[in-house]
Design a protein around this ligand. Structure first.
Ligand code: PGA
Length: 249
């Protein structure tokens, strides 16, 4: 097993272009030399300044969303070519906030995943259950459904490059982190599902991140779980202390 960990930030709707430039200038030296992959997913308008500020550093820049058409009459949307031309390497797909506030479904997530891969963008595919679903004991069933549909038509070779982020909705931005056992149980179930859909080699290669109130104080416990290959970090990625999550060990 030789999966390289990914520590990814998700800025959500935070930081202007000038704040982005200033942050990355300050943050880049602090993240230098990290053993793990470092990724910052930023608002669309911040991608260009982020890519410019991160040039020559170990920080990769990703988007937080993308549309699944090439171009055309889709006012307000961002195309895959726009992202790659701006220098983004990754794109978050199907974050629970997109599903909740912007009506994304498993089907649109699947279309976006396929389109991102077609353009050489690495999708960070999000999944996660609500508190009610957890209390009803249907977490794993729900996640299996989300992932199965997200990966429809994705080849094993493409799946190996893809990143999955397991983010229990009740743990996002709430300060309530899943226990390492809860997080590992679901991440392990996702890996088993990938083995079922594809094969053991694909399951062994794919990176599965945990997200939801990750901070410097809980990173080590989560990231030492066998099926957790890093984190998708919201609030704690907005400050330069994010380096403490990147250097969790
Ligand atoms: P949080 O957000 O770290 O602020 O809980 C995580 C996410 O939504 O990706």
């Amino acid at each position: 097993m030789s999966r390289r960990m990914v520590i990814a930030g998700n800025w959500k709707m935070n930081k202007t272009p000038s704040e982005t430039r200033a942050f990355i200038r300050e943050f880049a030296p602090l993240a230098a030399g990290a053993e793990h992959e470092v990724l910052l997913c930023v608002p669309a308008i911040d991608i260009l300044p982020a890519v410019e500020a991160a040039r020559g550093t170990n920080i990769q820049i990703g988007a937080e969303n993308m549309y699944y058409e090439e171009s055309g009459a889709y006012t307000g949307e961002i195309s895959p070519d726009m992202l790659t031309d701006a220098g983004a390497t990754h794109v978050i797909i199907g974050h629970s906030e997109r599903r909740e506030y912007f009506a994304e479904t498993n089907e649109t997530v699947n279309k976006k995943v396929l389109k991102a891969l077609e353009h050489g963008l690495i999708p960070v595919v999000c999944c996660g259950e609500t508190l009610t679903q957890r209390e009803q004991g249907i977490t794993v069933d729900w996640i299996r459904q989300q992932i199965k549909i997200a990966f429809l038509g994705v080849s094993a070779d493409e799946a190996k490059k893809t990143i999955i982020a397991y983010e229990p909705i009740w743990a996002i931005g709430t300060g309530k982190v899943a226990t390492s056992e809860q997080a590992e149980e679901v991440c392990g179930a996702i890996r088993a599902l990938i083995a079922e859909i594809y094969d053991a080699e694909t399951a062994d290669a794919i990176r599965i991140l945990y997200g939801g109130s990750v901070k410097p104080s809980n990173a080590a416990e989560l990231f030492t779980q066998p099926d957790i290959d890093g984190g998708l970090v919201g609030g704690a990625s907005l400050k330069t202390d994010f380096k403490d999550i990147i250097f969790w060990k």
